[in-house]
Ligand binder design. Structure first.
Ligand SMILES: [Fe+2]
Ligand SMILES: [Fe+2]
Length: 492
């Protein structure tokens, strides 16, 4: 377990104390390329912990203002071997400080919701705080985000993946310097460590991906104009002209997809892995009406791997709503249409293997992968409207099939980006929450018995009414069970 924190000034002898043992923290810093502020972060890696045990710890430094009563908390380590455990997920959290773009008081209740369900860990699937929409104040937004999540993240791991709003002007070649400085994540042994990783709990393999690498849509840092963005003189950085965006498509040169395939192939050969859960930020199966929609880039590059190696669940955010797909495998070619001309377009429409609830409500994800959109963390822009095909009344999805780089806007010096360029019938869409965009998904893993079935019970709880006024009440909206025969140790 790594204990990480950020500090407004440099810490002297930063450390974590566990049962009288001092663990020194490693310092990582970056200087924000727009306002010139230096951020100090500290990471103390605790080794040799016992499984399934509560560990109390204290964080301090020689120049800690609170040295008399330093910050203390505790966490529980993961159980060893096949065991029951709970995890939770959502993305698109923001901060409770409403001066920041896309922040909302609901993000406070969203953190409380994680504590209510008390998971072993929480998967935070991208768009953490939207610092990149607040150019001159990126480090301050991150600080408000940290203050909000601390009361949960100090007690259980919050395992993130990067979203488009983690891509910041001035901060590294792909704009991830702030994210990468703040999180100490499992190594992926590539030049892009921290952006994607894997970890295993019980018989569940969790794979966290950075979809910015494969999506077509251009949704990172963007100066829409008409003024250039002028960094503080102390940074020495030149102005960023209107129309500039950071477009990370293909940034890893295929390294991430090669790593993913190798990771999935190893999992297929490992009889100790019953389930594969993937988190990423952007969506390959979303029929949101006003959100981004589905991205063909993920469908082309990663869905075939999910099919080949039997990924069970894909958890995303990005569109600020809740949508669940039927289990999908393979895709139908050339059934989409151009959003403007109506001409045929190949959207790689995912193919559902069933389109009704299975007997007993138990889904067998060996037949197909279920995708969940969980973008209702806590932003001020929740969504609850979905596409309908005007011809047949069936669910319809927007699909992004090509790059939408900035183009000149209506007034001089301004720039804009086109929305999705294609549509398709969302034959894969099983459930859409039209009441509120806000919610949290809760997953209970049951390892089952040696010759029996293992299962994951999924409950999605939504915050009814939160779109009008923030609320702490999260009620069950959708539930399902994934079940399959447990793998035997001698079965590859
Ligand atoms: Fe978002
Ligand atoms: Fe996003």
């Amino acid at each position: 377990m790594t204990v990480s924190w950020a500090s407004p000034a440099q810490a002297s002898n930063p450390r974590v104390i566990v049962r009288g043992t001092v663990v020194h923290a490693v310092q990582r810093t970056y200087t924000d390329g727009i306002n010139g502020q230096t951020v100090f972060t500290y990471h103390a890696r605790l080794k040799g912990l016992e499984p399934d045990t509560v560990v109390e710890y204290t964080v301090t430094a020689d120049n800690d203002h609170a040295r008399a009563h330093p910050f203390s908390s505790s966490f529980r380590t993961a159980p060893r071997g096949r065991a029951s455990f709970r995890f939770t997920s959502y993305g698109d959290l923001s901060t409770p400080v409403t001066t920041w773009v896309l922040s909302s008081p609901q993000s406070r209740f969203a953190v409380d919701a994680v504590e209510r369900f008390a998971p072993l860990f929480h998967l935070l699937n991208g768009d953490l705080c939207y610092a990149n929409l607040n150019f001159a104040a990126q480090p301050e937004v991150w600080a408000d985000f940290g203050r909000n999540v601390e009361r949960s993240a100090a007690k259980r791991p919050w395992m993130p993946c990067p979203g488009n709003h983690e891509i910041e002007f001035g901060n590294g070649p792909q704009g991830y310097a702030s994210y990468l400085t703040r999180y100490a994540l499992p190594d992926n042994e590539t030049a892009f460590s921290g952006l994607w990783y894997r970890f295993q709990v019980g018989s569940v393999l969790f794979i966290s991906l950075c979809a910015d690498d494969v999506i077509y849509q251009d949704s990172g840092a963007f100066n829409a104009g008409p003024e250039p963005l002028v960094p503080a003189p102390v940074t020495g950085n030149p102005p960023i002209p209107p129309g500039t965006s950071i477009y990370n498509h293909g940034y890893s040169g295929g390294a991430q997809t090669r790593w993913l395939e190798a990771t999935l192939a190893a999992a297929a050969a490992d009889a100790g892995i019953d389930w594969i859960v993937v988190q990423m930020h952007q969506d390959s199966l979303s029929s949101s009406k006003f959100g981004n929609g589905s991205d063909k880039g993920i469908r082309e590059v990663w869905l075939p791997l999910f099919d080949r190696y039997g990924v069970d669940l894909v958890l995303c955010g990005h569109d600020h709503d809740y949508e669940r797909s039927w289990p999908v495998r393979g895709c139908n070619r050339h059934v989409g249409r151009d959003a403007t001309s109506g001409a045929p377009v190949d959207t790689c429409q995912p193919q559902p293997v069933i389109t009704a609830d299975p007997p007993g409500g138990r889904f067998d994800t060996r037949l197909g992968t279920i995708h969940l959109i969980l973008g209702g963390g806590g932003t001020s822009a929740p969504l609850d409207a979905y596409g309908i095909n005007p011809q047949n009344g069936r669910p319809q999805a927007k699909v992004i099939t090509k790059p939408n780089r900035p183009v000149p806007g209506a007034s001089p010096g301004t720039f804009t980006k086109a929305g999705a360029d294609a549509v398709e019938d969302a034959i894969w869409s099983a459930r859409r929450d039209t009441q509120t965009g806000y919610g949290i998904a809760v997953f209970d893993v049951d390892p089952g018995t040696a010759d029996g079935q293992t299962s994951i019970k999924i409950g999605y709880y939504h915050a009814l009414g939160a779109d009008r006024s923030p609320t702490s009440r999260y009620e069950l909206f959708d539930s399902l069970v994934l079940a399959k025969d447990r793998r035997r140790e001698n079965q590859a």
